[in-house]
Design a protein around this ligand. Structure first.
Ligand code: IPE
Ligand code: IPE
Ligand code: MG
Length: 247
């Protein structure tokens, strides 16, 4: 049966986050260079974005480049940065046409200048779009983000704008790069790896995790539907017992 038709649209995750993994291994399987895998990952990005928007998901966050990824060979890093620029430029029209707003989380100021500029421009041009927010995690690491928040809060305390002892979860969340974005309810990681790799550590406290062996370049709409259907079969208890949370 049609997977999409089985999804309960009244119980969609508001925010889906994806660790897009397996590009390199997919390329190797095909006897190609790693960058070939990254290039083919763009189609999966397009399909996933389209499928999420069509369903009515409000936020889709894609982990595109981690702070730790700078440690890869320079040729791969450079190729990824070039791909980023060309993809943003190419996809801008589609984002606009589909009423999708682009945002970014991570240390984006320290991306190569060309990437940073291209990204800011796309964010600015799509800022009034309302159908879905596509969040790119770029030069992102959750520990970086948390340390950033800690430093900002410490400075605010020093400046007497905040009192130690009054710092709440809400205060902390407001200093994360995801301020104003609801926590993800479903986190998907492709390629069979079952780890978080420094992604959204604070925000996934009660997130449902979904792992699939599919390599990212092969991820298609049906794979997203499968993940959502799996999510909808779960009982989210948030520390309570089943009888308390079932209607
Ligand atoms: C994910 O695929 C893309 C990025 C991290 C940029 P990988 O490049 O990590 O592919 P594998 O994990 O080596 O197969
Ligand atoms: C996580 O994938 C980062 C992104 C998908 C951008 P990695 O391939 O970098 O993660 P590890 O090294 O396998 O943990
Ligand atoms: Mg990987």
């Amino acid at each position: 049966m049609d997977l999409k038709a089985q999804i309960d649209l009244t119980r969609l995750p508001r925010h889906i986050a994806v660790i897009m993994d397996g590009n390199g291994r997919w390329a190797k399987q095909h006897g190609k260079m790693r960058i070939f895998g990254h290039q083919n990952g763009v189609k999966a990005v397009r399909e996933t974005t389209e499928a999420a928007a069509e369903l009515g998901v409000e936020y889709l966050t894609l982990y595109a480049f981690s702070t730790e990824n700078w440690g890869r060979p320079a040729s791969e890093v450079n190729a990824l940065m070039t791909l980023l620029v060309t993809t943003i430029r190419k996809e801008l029209k589609t984002l606009t046409k589909n009423n999708i707003r682009l945002q970014a989380i991570g240390d984006i100021k320290n991306l190569p200048e060309k990437c940073y500029k291209e990204l800011l421009e796309a964010i600015e041009l799509t800022k009034d779009n309302t159908r879905m927010t596509l969040v790119l995690a770029l030069n992102y690491s959750a520990r970086w983000e948390i340390m950033q928040a800690v430093n900002n809060i410490a400075q605010a305390a020093k400046d007497n704008n905040i009192q130690p002892g009054n710092i709440t979860e809400t205060t902390f969340e407001a200093h994360l790069s995801t301020a104003d974005i609801p926590d993800p309810e479903l986190l998907i990681r492709t390629s069979g790896e079952t780890r978080i790799s420094n992604f959204l550590l604070w925000q996934i406290a009660y997130c449902e995790l979904y792992f699939t062996p599919i390599f990212w370049p092969e991820f298609r709409k049906d794979n997203l539907y499968e993940a959502i259907l799996n999510f909808q079969q779960r009982e989210r208890r948030f520390g309570k017992i089943s009888e308390q949370v079932s209607e």
